[in-house]
Design a binder for this molecule. Structure first.
Ligand SMILES: Cc1ncc(COP(=O)(O)O)c(C=O)c1O
Length: 364
């Protein structure tokens, strides 16, 4: 049996530190917005080289509150990708704005920047690229377009902690970078968690209030906020894993190299890494016309695989009201029908990858 991700295997390598940190929190009696959360924010700022970081209860909240703090609201349009997890678009809708989709690049699965400009209207206020599967979106081009049209940029970094272009980390190109610490993420907690990082320190108090019922903690409520605070136990887990994130990402990259090597003479399309980009392979996602046959064969041999994402967002029933139809985003539709994510985690061995690849070859 080879799972998609093996969190227990990882836990056993960090068990002592996790238990020690949890013990400290339990003894302190401070469970929400305490020392560990602050330490995590400081360490994330150092790691990403960004001036501001605030911990939150989830990646979805991070997108939601970043949009709100940046003043995106009712009837504004936000340009984004139809090939992402549903939460990206939920956050846009939470603030009353309208998602406007742009098709993706077939090689990186990220928003295709050459198609953005023609979707910009008088109502467009922001671009929300997603660094899908851990490959950075083309931020230099996206920032150029945003600057030219005076648009905000909110990066969905839920799958890209530590990914970079040149020396610059994802999350630090735009006005805000939004991270998820959902357990299966490449930097994952043992429950929900998230973080927003941003350039403009003037937003700090606004986001602090938004995450805490509109109050800075003194029972004076100037605005209506939400409850979105990271708890101290999750901060402990994240601090332990943040120490090791470089190695974890390097291990993922090694796994990706093994996969690509073992699959190189087959009809399987392996993910690419653009020159100068640092892919963190949150997922290793192959493309093949016979994707379903491959998946069934893997399953029959005890190997997990998942289709992220079977339906592009413009064709999801919940978003019918946006008025899109099949054929609107042909690349996203093609990718959704061919994509398959294979097991990927830092502890995955080259032997296991070889077994997976041999099983794939047998189904071709
Ligand atoms: C691309 C993307 N955006 C947003 C989210 C939402 O994050 P969360 O589950 O922490 O709310 C996720 C992950 O779940 C994601 O993969």
């Amino acid at each position: 049996m080879i799972p998609m991700i093996d969190l227990k295997k990882n836990y056993l390598t960090i068990k002592d530190e996790i238990h020690q940190g949890i013990g400290q929190v339990l003894e302190s009696g401070q469970f929400i917005l305490g020392k560990k959360g602050l330490e995590l924010e400081e360490k994330v700022k150092d790691f990403l080289k960004v001036p501001n970081a605030l911990s939150l209860a989830s990646g979805t909240d991070s997108l939601h509150l970043a949009l709100r703090a940046l003043g995106i609201g009712r009837d504004d349009e936000v340009i984004t990708t139809p090939f992402t997890f549903f939460a990206t678009v939920e956050a846009i809708l939470y603030v009353g704005a309208k998602p406007v989709f742009v098709d993706i690049d077939k090689d990186t699965f990220n928003i295709d920047p050459t198609l953005i400009t023609k979707k910009i209207s008088k109502k467009t206020k922001a671009i929300l690229p997603v660094h899908i599967f851990g490959h950075p979106a083309d931020m230099p081009t996206i920032m150029e377009i945003a600057n030219e049209h005076n648009l905000k940029v909110i990066e969905d970094c839920a799958q890209s902690f530590g990914a970079s272009i040149g020396n610059q980390m994802t999350g630090t190109f735009g006005d805000a970078g939004c991270f998820s610490f959902y357990p299966s993420k490449n930097l994952g907690a043992y429950g929900d968690g998230g973080m927003v990082v941003f350039k403009d320190s003037a937003l700090s108090n606004e986001i602090k209030r938004l995450r805490n019922h509109g109050s800075l903690g003194n029972y004076v409520h100037d605005i209506i906020g939400i409850n979105s605070r990271l708890d101290e136990l999750q901060a402990v887990v994240l601090l332990v894993k943040l120490e090791r994130i470089r190695q974890y990402n390097e291990n993922r990259r090694d796994c990706a190299r093994f996969y690509s090597e073992f699959l190189k003479d087959t009809s399987v399309v392996c993910p690419i890494e653009r020159d100068g980009y640092y892919h963190v392979y949150h997922q290793f996602s192959i493309r093949h016309k016979d994707r379903d046959v491959i998946q069934q064969n893997l399953k029959d041999n005890g190997i997990a695989s998942v289709v992220y994402y079977p339906i592009p967002l413009h064709l999801q029933r919940a978003l019918e009201f946006l008025g899109y139809k099949r054929g609107d985003f042909p690349v996203a539709e093609m990718v959704s029908s061919e994509i398959l994510s294979l097991p990927m985690y830092p502890e995955l061995t080259s032997q296991e990858i070889q077994t997976i690849c041999k099983t794939i070859q047998k189904s071709l």
